[in-house]
Design a protein around this ligand. Sequence first.
Ligand code: APR
Length: 270
Amino acid sequence: MQDVVEQAANDLVGSRYAIVLTGAGISTESGLADFRGPQGIWTRDKQAEARAYQRYEMFLNDPGAYWEEMLSTVGTQSDFYGQMRKAEPNPGHRALARLEQMGIVKWTVTQNVDGLHEKAGSRRVMHYHGTVDKLRCISCGLRFGIDEVSLEKLPPLCRCGKPLKYDVVHFKEPIPSDIMEAAEEEASKCDLMLVCGTSAVVYPFAALPRIARRGGSGRSSMRIIEVNAEPTPLTHEGICDYLIEGKTGEILPAIAEAAASRLSQGRKRG
Ligand code: APR
């Protein structure tokens, strides 16, 4: 394991423009279940997954009913948004924040809606599937902090008069174009992509490593490194250069530590 950790640290320190992609797997060590892992929410509860596939349509057809349903889980066992707001980052999140502070990681593009990257100290984070702390108008695109909007009268309305929904992107909902374009631009200009804690089966997010592999900047030096508890289609299809199999909360701190000692050795030599 140590060899591949050293190799990843070497690749990161040698990179010109590294970005990180993350999924629910990086937050399981913060006590938040993932979706498709062995203990995943969808793995354990197919009904919950079926309901999740209806959510966006429900908002389009009857935003009042959507809000009734979303608020009906508050304070219950299935209050996932509430659990996320209470969760704390783990060493995996903090290691990525450290790599950003070292100037190595330029952006973190996450599928997670839990806000744990920022809680860990990351500043340059793109929320590809939105966040639980905001509401969004799908008509004019405006976003509001959840504390800025009263939920006394449902559905809450945007300044443009249209109903607001959670900023979280539900199944079958288009990814907001500002985030989608920004993420694709980062994928096509990076020369290293670290993909952490995702099953890499949900599109269009799962296309980002493929865009990076195809993209523009001198592809021969392109490196795609996976850190995940199990192989994914990126591993099987050879999209990634190598997989470091294991827990992000253990592997990412080791990589960040090895990268830090490389940088300090470099500085001493310099
Ligand atoms: N360390 C490393 N890998 C882990 C860990 C861990 N501590 N815990 C779980 N994993 C792995 C799982 O084995 C699985 O391969 O992380 C992956 C998580 O995959 P998913 O549960 O599919 O989560 P994600 O890829 O983020 O799902 C994408 O699907 O349900 C929707 O909108 C939701 O954003 C989500 C999207």
